[in-house]
Design a protein around this ligand. Structure first.
Ligand code: HSE
Length: 313
């Protein structure tokens, strides 16, 4: 058995509007790399380096790599220690599943190293323990996308996950307002979501989420976009994103198929069919709308990404 491996997992967007805590889409913009080494003893040591390492905890119970690592060691019944080096290339606090990328890369790497034959459902459950440590809940949408790639549906208790390959012409524009990053942002954003939902709102979400899932299954980008609205979280989170409604309208008017807050925000994601719309025009329309709301912003264009992979070991 080898005692060291390196893995990579891409960032992701979660929710896509109607799929709060259920839908994720891996994005090829940023990826975290994780190196794991089995050591003597029982201690888990985490080192963090890379462009976005500032402010990332090294404490194994606060870094999203720690809880999945502990759980995988437990599953393996091996009394080993670990040295985990996180190369943090995914910026945090933007709504791009930064903690999920780390948790997914660590889960991929260590399950490989320990030669554990775990199902995707199990891997996603284990990776989601990292989200619990960081945001308070073990949501599976970001970790599922970073682990499996493409569009994922993470559902049920105990967890189940499936991944669908997105349509080839699907592109994403992510526009980010340059506002101060809120500390413990995901935790705060989740507090804004009411505990109860009226039945007619649940009905709207079920219908729209079904349209998104069917759109991915059929490769129909317009259908995907038609479901990207939400009654559960967005009405309460829109206040965290200056000019959200105007930015959304601007993106749709310039050809986006659908628009939503990316994960817990504050970035906004527009999905489009590159045969039908120019992603740079959509991005400029979004940043202009932010400007009209006295908010500086920037955007990037990206596409769906593959799942986590082993780079060496
Ligand atoms: N589904 C989660 C949320 C994603 O919206 O709170 C957090 O990145």
């Amino acid at each position: 058995m080898k005692d060291q491996a390196v893995s990579e997992a891409f960032c992701s967007t979660a929710n896509l509007g109607a799929g709060f805590d259920v839908f994720g889409l891996a994005l090829r913009k940023y990826s975290d790399k994780i190196s794991v080494r089995l050591t003597r003893g029982r201690k888990i040591r985490i080192l963090v380096q890379g462009e976005y390492s500032a402010g990332i905890s090294r404490d194994p119970s606060r870094n999203s790599a720690g809880p999945p690592a502990r759980e995988l060691l437990r599953e393996s019944r091996r009394a080993r220690g670990l040295e985990i080096v996180v190369e943090k290339n995914v910026p945090q606090g933007l709504g791009l599943g930064s903690s999920g990328s780390t948790a997914a890369a660590c889960t991929k790497c260590l399950s490989h190293l320990l030669q554990l034959e775990l199902s995707s459902d199990e891997l996603v459950r284990i990776a989601s323990l990292g989200e619990k440590a960081v945001s308070g809940t073990a949501h599976m949408d970001n970790v599922g996308a970073s682990l499996l790639g493409g569009f994922v549906i993470a559902y049920d208790e105990p967890p189940r996950i499936l991944s669908i390959r997105p349509p080839d012409s699907l592109q994403a524009v992510v526009a980010t307002p340059l506002i101060p990053i809120v500390e413990h942002k995901t935790r705060q954003a989740r507090r804004l979501v009411p505990a109860k939902l009226a039945t007619h709102k649940a009905i709207l979400n079920v219908g729209r989420a079904s349209a998104i899932a069917a759109g991915f299954a059929k490769g129909d980008i317009a259908r995907i976009g038609s479901g990207m609205m939400d009654e559960i979280a967005e009405p309460y989170r829109a206040q965290m994103v200056p000019g959200y409604h105007e930015v959304r309208e601007a993106a749709l008017a310039s050809g986006a198929a659908g628009v939503s807050i990316s994960g817990a925000g504050p970035s906004i994601i527009a999905l489009l069919d590159r045969r039908r719309a120019d992603p740079r025009s959509v991005g400029k329309a979004m940043t202009n709308a932010f400007s009209q709301n006295n908010t500086r912003s920037r955007f990037f264009v990206t596409e769906p990404a593959r799942g986590a992979r082993i780079l060496s070991g």
